[in-house]
Design a binder for this molecule. Structure first.
Ligand SMILES: C[S@@+](CC[C@H](N)C(=O)[O-])C[C@H]1O[C@@H](n2cnc3c(N)ncnc32)[C@H](O)[C@@H]1O
Length: 168
């Protein structure tokens, strides 16, 4: 095969993988800034014995932060690339036994056993999750949204870019 063709195909594939890194249905990939997340997770009572879910977990950074606080932490992410990257980080870290990354759509999973849920999606995705979570979550579950908030559910606390909700 012509070498120019192989190089062009390689460049094209590289560009496609590069672009797909940022793609997402209910939000493109924009990572949470980590400076405040530990404080927010603590406020939401993320700790040993609690189950944490991140809906659209990106590169897994918030899942790891929740696990470091002792929670059993699960990330759900539609980008296979980001899930594999998160699993790779998880495999190379000591003490990440309480971390799990699931490849899939957040709307096709159930969150009945959650104690804390973290969401950083665009407004439409956050709004779509409101009814689902209100129906599914058990009493006492804390939901955190970042940048965008639920249209109807009243938060019990707002700190900078973060809204915290309690399932009554
Ligand atoms: C704004 S980024 C936030 C990433 C991560 N939560 C963080 O805070 O660092 C949104 C992530 O949600 C994922 N996502 C968007 N819609 C999704 C869906 N329907 N199911 C699963 N993941 C989704 C995107 O692929 C992207 O990684």
């Amino acid at each position: 095969m012509d070498i120019t063709l192989i190089i062009s195909a390689g460049i094209l594939l590289g560009c496609l993988i590069g672009l797909s890194w940022f793609a997402g249905t209910d939000a493109p990939y924009v990572p949470t800034k980590m400076d405040q997340i530990r404080q927010i997770l603590k406020l939401a009572c993320t700790k040993r014995g609690r189950k944490f879910y991140e809906l659209g977990s990106g590169d897994g950074r918030v899942v790891f932060a929740a696990a470091r606080l002792g929670a059993s932490a699960v990330g759900i992410e539609q980008s296979l690339l980001r899930v594999l990257y998160s699993r790779f980080k998880s495999a190379s870290r000591i003490g990440s036994g309480n971390v799990k990354f699931i490849h899939g759509n957040i709307f096709s999973k159930k969150y009945n056993d959650a104690d804390v849920v973290y969401i950083y999606l665009l407004h439409k995705g956050v709004a779509r999750l409101e009814e689902k979570l209100k129906k599914e979550l058990k009493k006492g579950t804390v939901v955190i949204t970042q940048t965008y908030h639920f249209p109807n559910w009243k938060p019990y606390k707002k700190l900078n870019n973060f809204w915290l909700y309690l399932k009554a």
